[in-house]
Design a protein around this ligand. Structure first.
Ligand code: HPA
Length: 248
């Protein structure tokens, strides 16, 4: 094991504020030019693999999706030498296969968010920069997640389009219908600007989405926090299994 090299960083979403089986080495406070990240970065090892962990919504889950300092989070991880980011996210399921508790490795996204600081290319520019974002998720990391899924005996869905909404409220049924017409399979609130910022920093980025509920209007029941919590506890137990055997 190379002690200095972090194999990957996990940005944990709702339902994943710590990783079971992670042997914590130390926790690090990182300051960035963009302000404070969501919390300390936890350094640890799972088996032989050195990883870093950051809870996107804070360790006590108090930062809503539109208030997360995505720039600081990504900058902090990059400054620690991280090259690979695995983003865990709770989402709603829109299309037929995206049932609650399912784990999905998205390959595309559509950004419906607004007003979030979303770029590092803002001030002190000597030229205007446009980054290629045709494929927002890094294919080698997606493959690594899918391979880990096979190894852990988990049934992951390969490929989905993740529509990113502003939140924190959930969507209307009409909004979900529109998103389905747009081609979205999943709806969540955090993939952007996170994925775009990772690309701007040259970081590899892939996500494991955990379906917490059927999206608005996709079941005949109201969406409750209880339902979301129940599905997430099953889904996140699967994510922990996945992370234990992930190599990248
Ligand atoms: N919509 C948006 N984000 C979500 C949902 C949803 O239904 N469920 C979990 N995160």
């Amino acid at each position: 094991m190379n002690d200095n090299k972090i194999a990957f960083a996990v940005i944990g979403g709702t339902g994943l504020t710590e990783i079971e089986g992670l042997e914590v080495i130390h926790r690090e406070v990182v300051h960035t030019p963009y302000g404070e990240p969501s919390g300390q970065v936890t350094h640890g090892v799972i088996g032989e693999t050195r990883i870093a962990f950051l809870a996107r919504h804070g360790y006590t889950h108090t930062i809503p999706p539109h208030k997360v300092n995505y720039r600081a989070n990504l900058w902090a991880l990059k400054s620690l030498g991280v090259e690979n980011i695995i983003a865990i996210a709770a989402v709603g399921g829109i299309t037929r296969k995206m049932a609650p508790k399912t784990l999905v490795i998205p390959h595309q996204l559509i950004d419906y968010t607004y007003g979030r600081p979303h770029t590092f290319y803002e001030e002190g520019l000597t030229s205007v920069t446009h980054i290629d974002f045709s494929s927002p998720y890094t294919e080698v990391l997606r493959k690594a997640l899918l391979k880990a899924g096979e190894e852990a005996g988990l049934d992951l869905i390969n490929g989905a389009t993740y529509g990113v909404t502003q939140g924190p409220r959930l969507e209307t049924a009409a909004e979900i219908q529109r998103m389905e017409r747009d081609g979205c399979d999943l709806v969540g609130m955090t993939a952007m600007p996170e994925a775009g910022l990772a690309r701007e920093l040259g970081l590899n980025y892939a996500s494991c989405a955990v379906v917490a509920n059927w999206a608005a209007g996709k079941s005949d029941r109201e969406i409750t926090m209880d339902e979301i919590g129940e599905h997430l506890s099953v889904g996140m137990a699967r994510v922990r299994k996945l992370l234990k055997v992930l190599h990248c």
